[in-house]
Design a protein around this ligand. Structure first.
Ligand code: BDR
Ligand code: CA
Length: 314
């Protein structure tokens, strides 16, 4: 039986790659996309999610639109220098011919989880606002969900949005702290591993060799995103963020996982959005971490196998 997943997403070039990867994987059944601001505003994220499903000929999958702003402060704005002004590498696609469902992302998530207890895995690959709102509206989803596998955070290394913080967590640290503190199993697929999953330009050529509409779309939207990696990291190709969370949902044995309680910095002047795992045993009690659930934190990954898995699903 394929694992049912809801992808909460801000598409986004790497989100697009992750969504197609999931749709092409028999181990997974995508039962919905929920949208969130991050790489673009939420309304554009919804437009892009609908377009992506059209390109994949999967308009049977519902899209539910999510929150416009983080829990505590207004949205900081899109990142056109990474994903293009349209979130699709400035590809300027035609508008979608389908619409989002008449339900908020949080309510959609709640309904799906409560209707199918133990079956639904949440895969957030954007800021965690919708997930925190769903928990706030219906805390029992924590007992009914199968698990949460998210892309975000940085346990042991630097951030990418700021020196301290990873972009998805940095966009809504308050929501992330709620999600890491709820009584459910969360896996935080963060920069600790995604910065070692490297798709080279030779790997990326596999998309150009495919005649599938989804692969052609990726070829179309990639150039700007690749340029960002070259300019920022001197990287030939890209680091694989969002698709690494999908890879974990398919095959967790690709990753080496530590189990730590995680807090998120919500007030630091320079470190807002930093994820702090409690990695050391200490004689002192640290009340901020006490009673918090253990989060699965992948710290090592077989990056080559992850890339090969993704390429095998183009
Ligand atoms: C995350 O931030 C976004 O730009 C990407 O889509 C990914 O979800 C990486 O830090
Ligand atoms: Ca994303």
């Amino acid at each position: 039986m394929p694992r049912k997943i809801i992808i909460d997403t801000d598409p986004g070039v790497d989100d697009s790659m992750a969504i197609f990867f999931a749709l092409n994987s028999p181990e997974l059944e995508v039962i919905g996309l929920t949208t969130i601001y991050g790489n673009v505003h939420t309304s554009l994220a919804t437009t892009n999610a609908l377009r992506l499903l059209e390109i994949a000929a999967r308009t049977d999958i519902p899209v539910a639109q999510g929150a416009n702003d983080p829990l505590a402060i207004p949205y900081g704005g899109p990142v056109p220098f990474v994903h293009g002004a349209d979130g699709q590498g400035d590809a300027n696609l035609p508008p979608p011919s389908t619409c989002a469902v008449d339900q908020s992302a949080a309510v959609f998530i709640i309904e799906q989880i409560m209707r199918q207890p133990g079956e639904v895995t949440l895969v957030p690959i954007g800021p965690l606002t919708n997930i925190a709102l769903a928990l706030r509206l219906e805390p029992r989803i924590a007992q009914r969900v199968r698990e949460v596998v998210l892309m975000g955070g940085n346990a042991l290394g630097p951030g990418n949005a700021t020196p301290a913080a990873e972009a998805n967590i940095h966009n809504d640290p308050e929501a992330a702290d709620v999600v890491f503190g709820a009584p459910w199993q969360v896996t935080m697929v963060g920069l600790d591993v995604t910065h070692t999953v490297h798709m080279t330009s030779a790997d990326l050529e596999a998309y150009a060799r495919s005649s599938k509409a989804t692969a052609r779309h990726i070829v179309h939207i990639l150039p700007k995103y690749r340029q960002y990696f070259e300019d920022t990291y001197g990287c030939d190709g890209i680091f694989v963020h969002d698709s690494s969370a999908i890879a974990y949902a398919i095959d967790p044995t690709l990753f080496t996982v530590q189990r730590w309680p995680v807090r998120v910095e919500t007030s630091g002047l320079f470190s807002r959005g930093k994820t702090w795992p409690l990695v050391t045993q200490t004689d002192h009690r640290l009340p901020e971490w006490e009673g918090r659930p253990l989060v699965n934190v992948p710290t090592r990954v077989d990056g080559r196998r992850v890339v090969d898995l993704i390429l095998s699903r183009i």
